[in-house]
Design a protein around this ligand. Structure first.
Ligand code: ADP
Ligand code: TYD
Length: 207
């Protein structure tokens, strides 16, 4: 089973990924988690190129292709073998991030991105995606407490992130069955309980 988490920076994805992984492990499941971009030596190197704000600006299409290169490498070397081994794979970001950030945020053509995503992922799609909905202003309040964390994207500002959020809303409406939305402003426990309930109700056979 492939489960993904989506949302703008600071919306609480990593927190929920860890809670869900622990919950599944406590029930004896084989679980693997990865953040995107990342997860292998090569994709962590690609991550540092993408997120380091101190180097030169990347062209938007180069940025898109690097995210997709990292995704394909992680898929081929880790995700697919783990799924074949009946491991539940949980991803902190996947293809929806690319539509939301490079499509809606950067303004690249969404249809073209969709085709490139299909090429890069061999059309692999998550069984379920949890989207933590939050506005930029609320995430900034959280992240400014950890300002050393701000990367290339997090310094982009409100107008960029409101476009990204609109992208997520577009995707959620288009694929309401797959993408489960919850406000990231709810408490950590409330969000975790929502996720567990969704999985128990709709995916008990896969868990
Ligand atoms: P993301 O992975 O989406 O960037 P994180 O899980 O790293 O987000 O959370 C960002 C910050 O917000 C962290 O300091 C985390 O402890 C805190 N946080 C996460 N979820 C919540 C929540 N539901 N309510 C309040 N703070 C939260
Ligand atoms: P990360 O620190 O992992 O995310 P977060 O701040 O939410 O914990 O940073 C990944 C950044 O890369 C984030 O700003 C979103 C961006 N991104 C894209 O623009 N496109 C993509 O396809 C992916 C996977 C991430």
């Amino acid at each position: 089973m492939l489960i993904t988490f989506e949302g703008i920076d600071g919306s609480g994805k990593s927190t929920q990924v860890q809670l869900l992984a622990s919950w599944l492990q406590e029930r004896g499941k084989k679980v693997a988690t990865f953040r995107e971009p990342g997860g292998t030596v090569i994709t962590e190197k690609i991550r540092s190129i993408l997120l380091n704000k101190d180097t030169e600006e990347l062209s938007y299409k180069a940025e898109l292709l690097l995210f997709l290169a990292a995704r394909n490498h992680l898929l081929m070397t880790k995700i697919l073998p783990l799924l074949q081994n009946e491991t539940i794979v949980i991803l902190d970001r996947f293809s929806d991030s690319t539509i939301a950030y490079q499509g809606f945020g950067r303004g690249l053509n969404v249809e073209e991105i969709q085709q490139l995503i299909e090429f890069a992922t061999d059309k692999l799609r998550p069984h379920v995606t949890f989207y933590l909905d939050m506005c930029f202003t609320d995430t900034v309040k959280r992240l400014s407490a950890e300002s050393s964390r701000l990367d290339r994207f997090e310094t982009l500002g409100e107008s960029f992130f409101e476009k990204v959020r609109a992208g997520y809303h577009f995707l959620q409406k288009r694929e309401a069955q797959r993408i489960k939305m919850i406000s990231g402003k709810e408490s950590i426990e409330t969000i975790h309980s929502f996720i567990i309930k969704e999985l128990q109700e709709n995916f008990s056979s896969l868990l």
